[in-house]
Structures are given as structure tokens and as C-alpha cells.
Design a protein around this ligand. Structure first.
Ligand code: SAM
Length: 165
């Protein structure tokens, strides 16, 4: 079942802290075909509709080299989410699980992540498949999919450390 912002039987909320510990900057905007949480996919799929991510100035130059990666990890801000749920009932059946045991959009810092297929870059606009967010969702960050990425900086001692026992 899809939540707008209601609280369901069995769920627990807390008083959301009035202070924040860090600030984020939206680096762009995501455009998708979905304008309602009732129709938005729960998870993106690699053969899903082509969506656009428009990068705001001054961040366009940060895209340099991104076209070399077939897949990207995308982080976005699920801006319409509740942030005060600690136990949630995804099935709305009275049973609940902890927020951190779920990939629900309702979380203290409503960050969504998806691995997307990069279809093409048109200047500051990236066309991708694999998203599951509403139209106009703010974009937080982009990284190459880690399985395609080899660190460019030389390794450090910690890279070779293994469990001792
Ligand atoms: N793939 C991401 C993840 O696992 O971190 C997000 C998964 S979350 C289950 C996807 C759902 O979040 C969608 O089906 C929709 O109901 C909801 N959603 C999408 N965009 C949103 C937004 N901007 N604000 C609040 N909820 C959103």
C-alpha cells in the first residue's frame, strides 16, 4: 500500500529534532513521469522509462568524465516524506518494522538511492533509466556505480587491512 503522509495502525512516531547537524545543497532536479506516490515505482528498473536529471550551475563542470560510466549511483532527497517514523507498517496490516530495516521513503533523512543506466548526456542534462522518484525530486549527488569504478588515487594502508581473528 502507498502512503501519502498518514500514520497507520501499529506505527510509532517521535518528536523530530528541532536542530539539524548538517546542511545539504541540491545540485539539480529530477524529472520523471510520476506525479503521484500512488503510481510511482517502489524501486526503479533498468528497463524503466527514460528520466532526466538537470544539473544546476555551478555544478555542470562536475559532470566532466561521467559519460564514461554506463551506470551511476544517484542520491536524491525524497522531499515529501515524513521524517518522524521509527516503526512503520508497509503493508498497513498492524504489524510494524523499524525504519532502518526498510527502504521506505519515510526516514529521518529522506535520502533515496538508485543505480541508473546512463542513456546519454546532453550538456547539463543526463538521461537515465532506473529511477523511482516523483517529478521534481531534488538531486543530492551522483557517483559512478562502485562496481565500475577503480579508485584513481593510490591505495592507502587501510585498503589492505583485513579482519584479524
Ligand atoms: N530506490 C530508493 C531507495 O531504495 O533508497 C527509493 C525507494 S522508495 C521505496 C520509492 C518510493 O518513494 C516511491 O514509490 C514513492 O512512493 C516515494 N517517493 C518517490 N519520490 C518521492 C519524493 N520526492 N518524496 C516522497 N516520496 C517519494
Amino acid at each position: 500500500m502507498v502512503r501519502e503522509n498518514e500514520i497507520r495502525a501499529g506505527e510509532t512516531t517521535i518528536d523530530f529534532p528541532s536542530r539539524t547537524d548538517a546542511g545539504v545543497t541540491f545540485i539539480g532536479r529530477i524529472n520523471t513521469p510520476w506525479t503521484s506516490r500512488l503510481t510511482c515505482p517502489r524501486q526503479g528498473r533498468p528497463d524503466g522509462p527514460v528520466c532526466s536529471m538537470t544539473i544546476f550551475p555551478p555544478w555542470e563542470q562536475a559532470l566532466d568524465g561521467i559519460e564514461h560510466f554506463e551506470r551511476l549511483e544517484v542520491l536524491y532527497w525524497l522531499h515529501l516524506s515524513r521524517r518522524d517514523l521509527v516503526r512503520q507498517s508497509p503493508a498497513n496490516d498492524g504489524s510494524a518494522r523499524g525504519t532502518f530495516a526498510l527502504r521506505s521513503p519515510a526516514r529521518p533523512n529522506p535520502i533515496g538511492t538508485s543505480i541508473v543506466r546512463l542513456v546519454e548526456r546532453q550538456g547539463a542534462v543526463l538521461k537515465v533509466q532506473g529511477l523511482d522518484c516523483l517529478d521534481d525530486t531534488p538531486l543530492l549527488d551522483l557517483k559512478p556505480d562502485r562496481s565500475l569504478f577503480t579508485p584513481i588515487a593510490p591505495p592507502q594502508a587501510g585498503d589492505f587491512e583485513m579482519r584479524q581473528d
